[in-house]
Ligand binder design. Structure first.
Ligand code: UT7
Length: 331
């Protein structure tokens, strides 16, 4: 059976670093609160003029270079983002334009935190059925422009951040190597617990001064409820995807959990009975970059030698929708 495998990884974050103390100067918060409640020490935010597509381009170039593949050799782009540079079209086409590639399909997946997992599953299926061979899969977000940086927005502003990660997926020559299994779910019952209300096509006009005055264009979150679901759903999904390949958490070389809150990752680790060396986190440096957290984690692990040939890896995510899922892969 034909499988897909990751042959290149890369990531990019904006140069601008925003520290916890920077927030303490403009809202009622402290470095201590942010570190102890979230684990975050700093994050990267764009400066005006820097776009999500720019970050995606920088990440993609690194992934393509590692893969030894020129942009013109790509067959398709799958771009996960919940924060496209414009309301329409999606960001895939802007990345395609920046890469200067032929009119290959460029598709956006608007699945927030689990967007990269969903995108991998789509690209994997395209390769398995023989439709495309070389696919660029990107997770990229600019969340900072949806943040209310007054005290009212302190439960989101200190968490969400900007960044991009990319992988190149290609057919695997070996049946025991590459993406092995996928587990995907969503539950719209909780859609308003983590969302951006406007602009919305149900409103006439889609965004008004009243909306903006009420702050309905900012990302809003019921943090406690999201937290409660995340720590149940992620371990459930990790067990499910491992079960599909006849493995248990003890067999896992490395878990890459979506970086929403260090306390969430630690609870997921405990629930699965994993040792510290079986889990990798980097939220301390980058905050929560939504669809970009997993490809950023992956690239750091690949480049530092933390992922080795033959390792069993699981990537898992939970977020807005709610939507969640996992991918198991043999490196
Ligand atoms: O990416 C996918 C989805 N996102 C997540 O999975 C995030 C999930 N949720 C969380 O990470 C946490 O719920 C938060 C970090 C957002 C909040 O932490 P918490 O421990 O659940 O705090 P809380 O919401 O229960 O709030 C406790 C207190 C509140 O004050 P009062 O009402 O007790 O006076 C908040 O107003 O902490 C306050 N608070 C803050 N205080 C200082 C909230 N944000 C801040 C802040 N600085 N930045």
């Amino acid at each position: 059976m034909l499988r897909s495998r990751i042959v290149g990884t890369g990531f990019a974050v904006p140069e601008r670093v925003v520290t916890n103390d920077d927030f303490a100067k403009i809202m009622d918060t402290t470095d201590e609160w942010i570190r102890t409640r979230t684990g975050i020490q700093q994050r990267h935010w764009v400066t005006e003029g820097e776009t999500g597509a720019d970050l995606a381009l920088a990440a993609s170039r690194k992934a393509l270079e590692m893969a030894g593949i020129a942009p013109r050799e790509l067959d398709a782009i799958v771009y996960a983002t919940s924060t496209p540079d414009h309301y329409a079209p999606g960001n895939g086409v802007f990345l395609q334009r920046l890469l200067g590639v032929q009119p290959i399909p460029a598709m956006d997946i608007h699945q927030a935190c689990s967007g990269f997992i969903y995108s991998l599953s789509v690209a994997d299926a395209w390769i398995r059925v023989g439709l495309f061979r070389r696919i660029l899969v990107v997770g990229a977000e600019v969340q900072s422009t949806a943040m209310d940086v007054s005290t009212k927005g302190r439960n989101t502003a200190v968490i969400f951040a900007d960044g991009a990660g990319a992988v190149v997926l290609a057919p695997s020559e070996r049946e025991d190597q590459g993406l092995l299994a996928v587990d995907l779910h969503s539950d719209g019952a909780h859609a308003e617990m983590l969302w951006v209300d406007v602009p919305g096509c149900m409103y006439h006009p889609r965004i008004s001064k009243e909306h903006i005055d009420a702050g309905r264009h900012f990302l809003s979150m019921d943090g406690k409820e999201v937290f409660r679901h995340a720590v149940t759903r992620m371990p459930e999904s990790v067990r499910a995807v491992l079960g599909r390949v006849g493995a248990t958490p003890a067999d896992l070389s490395l878990l890459l959990p979506h970086q929403a809150n260090l306390r969430i990752s630690e609870m997921v680790q405990r629930e699965l009975g994993l040792r510290d060396d079986q889990v990798y986190n980097n939220i301390q440096q980058y905050g929560n970059t939504t669809a970009a957290t997993i490809p950023i984690l992956l690239d750091e692990c690949v480049r530092s030698g933390r992922v080795k040939a033959g390792d069993l890896l699981v990537m898992t995510a939970f977020g807005a929708g709610f939507s969640w899922g996992s991918v198991a892969c043999r490196w």
